[in-house]
Design a protein. Structure first.
Length: 90
């Protein structure tokens, strides 16, 4: 691997490490918003599904040149509902 590639990779990893705590906080906040929005469906699904229900979360990280964007979406299958949180860009 070329020296320039190693330097670029190290710089990118260093930048990611600097925003890691903020990024994790944003993911947690987004997941909470989605779960809060889906909670009524979770309760209904539990009544229909032997008192059990599942929220499926998809957390997407989009790494661009100098930005990292995180987006969280969630869904419950019955009664069907989809929710998403606003994207956060670092």
């Amino acid at each position: 691997m070329c020296n320039l590639c190693v330097v670029l990779m190290k710089d990118w990893l260093d930048r990611q490490a600097k925003i890691e705590k903020d990024l994790l906080r944003a993911v947690g906040e987004q997941a909470q918003m989605v779960a809060d929005d889906l909670l009524p469906q979770v309760r209904l699904a539990a009544l229909e599904g032997e008192m059990s229900s599942t929220i499926k979360l998809n957390i997407t990280f989009d790494f661009r040149d100098d930005e990292t964007e995180v987006n969280t979406e969630g869904s419950v299958t019955f009664p069907a509902k989809h929710s998403s949180a606003a994207s956060v860009v670092f």
